[in-house]
Design a binder for this molecule. Structure first.
Ligand SMILES: [Zn+2]
Length: 144
């Protein structure tokens, strides 16, 4: 029997990476300020214009999520932890914080674009009491 190693070498490339900055040299691609040492930063993996492979475009957490709101709907966003390399190195607090942001960003994005989040839970739409009588009354008034 051929017993394979437990360790699978297959590494899926993730579109984003997150880490605590070991040095404070990386410059945020959005605001052009440095990502300070010891702070959490997040990178978008981009095609490297200078060669093969991918390069990481670092962003402040805030900046990346702001960026998401400005980009087109078809441009890749973070949809969950499975998109982020280094996720497992985060503390529970950090994970929760990022997940909150992902969620907020998604709903803000869909609000802005008038689309609906595919994973939106059953919506409790606030009961809009349409009172036809009031509407008619208003029309009459405005006609005058
Ligand atoms: Zn920034």
């Amino acid at each position: 029997m051929n017993v394979m190693s437990d360790e699978e070498e297959y590494v899926e490339e993730k579109p984003f990476a997150i880490e605590v900055a070991k040095q404070g040299r990386a410059v945020c691609k959005k605001c052009k300020q440095k990502c300070l040492q010891g702070e959490l930063r997040i990178a978008k993996l981009m095609a490297n214009p200078f060669g093969e492979g991918k390069m990481k475009a670092w962003h402040h957490i805030n900046c990346l999520f702001e960026q998401f709101l400005k980009q087109r709907a078809t441009t890749k966003r973070i949809s969950g932890p499975e998109d982020i390399d280094g996720w497992e190195n985060l503390s529970e607090d950090e994970k929760n914080d990022i997940l909150e942001r992902v969620k907020d960003c998604e709903s803000a994005f869909h609000t802005k674009n008038g689309t609906k989040a595919s994973n939106s839970p059953k919506k409790k739409s606030p009961p809009k009491t349409k009172n036809p009588k009031v509407e008619k009354a208003e029309k009459k008034i405005s006609k005058k």
